[in-house]
Write a protein that binds this ligand. Structure first.
Ligand SMILES: *Cc1c(COP(=O)(O)O)cnc(C)c1O
Length: 300
């Protein structure tokens, strides 16, 4: 399924060097894996997280796929698109009452044939009750969380010289990508997750639950780069996104990737890394969150 969307031969070309003054002065090599360039819709880490889930769905006789998300969910947009191409029925459970105007992300989901069901915030918390209403669907947890969400990354890391990096850094939502990188990296590599949420300390348990004992707690998580909370922005963050775009032709989103790059540059400046380190940031792809901003806020 992955090879339908991602061209294996083009993966090495997705590594972009970032010549930032912080890095040059400290003799640190910084690059970013541009997973945003893989595909215009099913971009980024969501493609690799869906791989294992869709494989399992296709091996058994489910009526379709179902999952959860918010109004600007990168995960639901990717799932709806993948299901459309693969002729799989899809259901999206959306948190909150149905608004009079749907977000552009949800309109896209409908266009790809996803059935949307709006549930109140209190019902949304009872995910097992919702799942019980559609027992013949293959349920994917929010953000593609789960062991099946980790398998696709093996394919990705084998497609380029990923073992050459001393550190691999990703933004964190569900934690599946951190668990996947930890599972498939070499024992010498350090995986770092930069949380997009405010002080979500249950993350460590969620990530450990996807790892064998020998790999639990080997990764590092940082919780200080959320800019006020999940999907929250500040003027400083918007200016940072504009600067990163102008300097490196690098489009980023307000939820995950901009905060991850900001955090990485901050850690470099504060001597978290040593001379000679080679850092690879993973651009998680999805830019859906930016569609919640007033028009013309960003130059891309
Ligand atoms: C979903 C997402 C993440 C977080 O991935 P998890 O595996 O859920 O931790 C990071 N970046 C982007 C752009 C995403 O869409």
């Amino acid at each position: 399924m992955i090879t339908n969307f991602a061209n294996a031969a083009s993966i090495p070309a997705l590594v972009q060097s970032i010549h930032h003054p912080n890095c040059i002065a400290k003799n640190i090599e910084l690059s970013i894996l541009r997973l945003d360039k893989i595909h215009p819709i099913i971009s980024g880490n969501k493609l690799f997280k869906l791989h294992g889930h869709i494989q399992r769905l296709q091996q058994q006789s489910y009526q379709g796929a179902a999952s959860f998300g918010g109004a600007y969910s990168n995960h639901l947009a990717a799932l709806a698109y993948a299901c459309n191409v693969l002729h799989i029925d899809s259901i999206g459970i959306i948190r909150g009452e149905q608004p009079t105007t749907l977000s552009p992300t949800l309109l896209d989901c409908i266009r790809y044939g996803m059935q949307l069901k709006f549930v109140s915030r209190s019902d949304y918390a009872q995910q097992d009750n919702i799942k019980a209403k559609y027992p013949n669907h293959y349920w994917i947890d929010m953000g593609g969380y789960g062991t099946d969400g980790t398998t696709g990354f093996k394919w990705l890391l084998n497609r380029f010289n990923s073992a050459a990096y001393s550190h691999i850094i990703t933004a964190v939502g569900s934690g599946t990508t951190v668990a996947a990188l930890q599972t498939h990296c070499t024992p010498q590599q350090q995986i770092i997750g930069i949380s997009s949420m405010k002080q979500n300390h249950s993350l460590q348990n969620s990530i450990n639950a996807l790892l064998p004992d020998s790999l639990k707690n080997r990764y590092q998580l940082f919780h200080d780069y959320h800019f006020g909370g999940f999907a929250k922005t500040t003027t400083e963050l918007i200016e940072f996104i504009q600067t990163i775009y102008r300097s490196y032709q690098l489009p980023t989103d307000i939820v995950y990737t901009s905060k991850m790059i900001y955090g990485t540059l901050h850690l470099i400046r504060n001597n978290h890394f040593r001379a000679g380190d080679k850092i690879l940031m993973i651009h998680g792809g999805g830019l859906q969150g930016n569609r919640s901003l007033p028009p013309e806020t960003l130059p891309f």
